[in-house]
Design a protein around this ligand. Structure first.
Ligand code: ADP
Ligand code: F6P
Length: 319
């Protein structure tokens, strides 16, 4: 393993830069040359690569976003696009690729591996939607951003004695809504993994109000959507004044938390170690506080399960 390339792909996540730094520095430490690819798979197809020095990743550990930029590249999903990318990798003499991204980006890495090119995945997404790892890089920071927002909304919700519905990111995975809901003291969690009954929600809100609870918070995941309409329907059914806030891309930015910087550093270094040891087609993760690696096919085949205990705990603690 002489030349390693790395890219960031899919939705950006705080901590991606810390992972980029870890890959670049540990590869150089181990005597490899490192190439940064701009704009994910788009840059790979376009040949937008540059050699990175130790200084290329200086002063980025604390920065959100990704210095390599990120993109969604439909051309790479087609075999023709991937052949172009493989050609670029060969022309530059690259021996292995580190892909920092979410499940879509991992599918791309998996396809490259199947075409014979060594690729390793590092989980970078705020969604925390990869079943094989306890945490993805960016989730912790996004969670803290959401909790900060909940606290602010809580102030005004209290003053006006309103219900606040807070819609957060997560199309298929409700982890941001669930864990921010637990940490933010929400009354109700609405996520794609679990059915809900609107009348039961209204009943809980009315009972809470009758017991003297002046305001409530509902966390709702983007995958369920419709927070503004839900606020109106709840108001119509219960008479409780309701407001919806969609947090949006604020959740994707900001300086990464200590936790995200730490796991990004560990995972980036692990990805390089795997390539140097001749491994391919693997993903890096964290399980029970240890950095792990796993076959990429196996990891992508794992079904993500809702933590029902946490879901129930939110309900119990918000009676
Ligand atoms: P994320 O990695 O955050 O899940 P996406 O799902 O948008 O984000 O995927 C990022 C990129 O990964 C896509 O734009 C595409 O280039 C590549 N990709 C996604 N799915 C596949 C696939 N099935 N085969 C090859 N490449 C894919
Ligand atoms: O995958 C990360 C994520 O932020 C999802 O939570 C969200 O559904 C999606 O990306 C938004 O993507 P875009 O940046 O293209 O609007």
């Amino acid at each position: 393993m002489k030349k390693i390339a790395l890219l960031t792909s899919g939705g950006d996540a705080p901590g991606m830069n810390a992972a980029v730094r870890a890959v670049a520095r540990s590869a150089i430490y181990n005597g490899c040359k490192v190439y940064g690819v701009n704009r994910g798979y788009r840059g790979l197809i376009d040949g937008d690569l540059f050699e990175m020095e130790l200084s290329s990743v200086g002063d980025i550990i604390h920065r959100g976003g990704t210095i390599l930029k990120s993109a969604r590249c439909l051309e790479f999903i087609e075999e023709e696009g991937r052949k172009k990318a493989l050609n670029v990798l060969r022309v530059f003499g690259i021996d292995g690729l580190v892909v920092i991204g979410g499940d879509g980006s991992f599918k791309g890495a998996q396809k490259l591996s199947e075409m014979g090119f060594p690729a390793i995945g590092v989980p970078g997404t705020i969604d925390n939607d990869l079943a094989y790892t306890d945490y993805t890089i960016g989730f912790d920071t996004a969670l803290n951003t959401v909790i900060d927002a909940i606290s602010k909304i809580r102030d005004t919700s209290y003053s006006h004695e309103r219900l606040s519905i807070i819609e957060v990111m997560g199309r298929h995975c409700g982890d941001i809504a669930l864990y921010a809901g637990l940490a933010g003291g929400a009354e109700i969690i609405i996520i794609p993994e679990s059915d809900y009954n609107e009348d039961d929600i209204c009943k809980k809100l009315i009972q809470s109000k009758n017991r003297g609870k002046a305001h409530s918070i509902i966390m709702l995941a983007e995958g369920v959507g419709g927070s503004r309409d839900l606020a109106q329907r709840i108001k119509d059914k219960t008479g409780i004044e309701s407001r919806a806030t969609i947090l949006g891309h604020i959740q994707r930015g900001g300086s990464p938390s200590a936790f995200d910087r730490i796991i990004a550093s560990q995972m980036g270094a692990k990805a390089v170690e795997l390539l140097i040891n001749g491994k391919s087609s693997r993903v890096v993760g964290i399980k029970n506080n240890s950095i792990i690696d796993m076959d990429i096919h196996e990891a992508l085949a794992m079904e993500r399960k809702l933590d029902k205990d946490i879901y129930k705990l939110v309900d119990i603690l918000s009676i």
